[in-house]
Design a protein around this ligand. Structure first.
Ligand code: ADP
Ligand code: ADP
Length: 227
């Protein structure tokens, strides 16, 4: 049974078709990489699965429930309570320190500042960020900032982590370090991951890879998967 699923999803931006019958089913605890050419519909599919965009046709299911038909307030509560997000750029709030950025989801969900900051700090050790708690985003390297963003995405214990080109702004070594931490933390916590990337080396961290072409999802060819 799947935790997150897109069924025959169609979505256009005006006259531009982005998804034309996309199907994807992700099991609890699975780490799936969504790859494919630029403009093929990868981000749009991720945004649909995460309840950010609503398809024109088709259905999105999360944990046995159809979510595309929910009201925006309900979808936003679901995103806050169950999902974590990592994007390519510009994710940290520049006015806040690194630890305040990480604590943000806890502050939004439950409130208590002292508890939120304590839980946030635990992630600094775990992700090799000890000592950087008080820095602002302008004082962090790209890899450090992305690890802080990863901590923020995971601090509230999401059931699903949605990552859209999380290494896109990093050099390949730094990108692989971030992926190691992302996949390691997800496995430790049993977090399901949907990862959009156009980099084969990043996709290789996943349990399974699918390719989006012209708004449709195809499994990776058996030949390559077996080699
Ligand atoms: P990918 O992530 O594979 O690069 P996207 O899902 O971002 O592809 O985009 C799929 C198609 O939809 C592209 O043709 C893109 O230009 C278009 N598109 C995506 N987002 C928007 C938007 N907000 N407004 C208009 N067109 C969009
Ligand atoms: P990605 O493929 O990683 O999403 P893009 O540069 O394609 O990166 O998209 C970045 C943002 O711009 C997204 O929010 C997307 O929805 C939007 N976007 C993409 N294509 C278009 C477009 N043709 N017109 C308007 N917005 C777009």
């Amino acid at each position: 049974t799947s935790l997150v699923e897109a069924r025959d999803v169609v979505l256009s931006f005006g006259s531009t078709p982005a998804l034309r019958g996309a199907e994807l089913s992700v099991a609890q605890g699975e780490i799936v990489a969504v790859t494919g050419p630029s403009g093929s519909g990868k981000s749009t599919l991720l945004h649909c699965l995460a309840g950010i965009l609503v398809p024109d046709e088709g259905e999105i299911h999360y944990d046995g429930r159809r979510i595309d038909a929910l009201r925006e307030t309900e979808r936003s509560a679901l995103r806050r309570d169950r999902f974590g997000f990592v994007f390519q750029f510009g994710q940290l709030v520049p006015e806040l320190t690194a630890e305040e950025n990480v604590a943000l989801p806890l502050l939004l969900a439950r409130g208590r500042r002292s508890t939120a900051l304590r839980e946030a700090r635990a992630w600094f050790e775990r992700l090799g960020l000890a000592g950087l708690e008080g820095r602002r985003s302008g004082e962090l390297s790209g890899g450090q900032a992305q690890r802080v963003a990863l901590a923020r995405a995971l601090v509230a214990g999401p059931r699903v982590l949605f990552a859209d080109e999380p290494t896109g702004a990093l050099d390949s070594l730094t990108g692989e370090q971030v992926m190691d931490l992302l996949v390691g933390s997800a496995r430790e916590q049993g977090t399901t991951v949907v990862l959009v990337t156009h980099e084969p080396r990043v996709a290789a961290f996943a349990d399974r890879e699918v390719i989006v072409r012209d708004g449709r999802v195809t499994p990776l060819s058996v030949g390559r998967a077996a080699s």
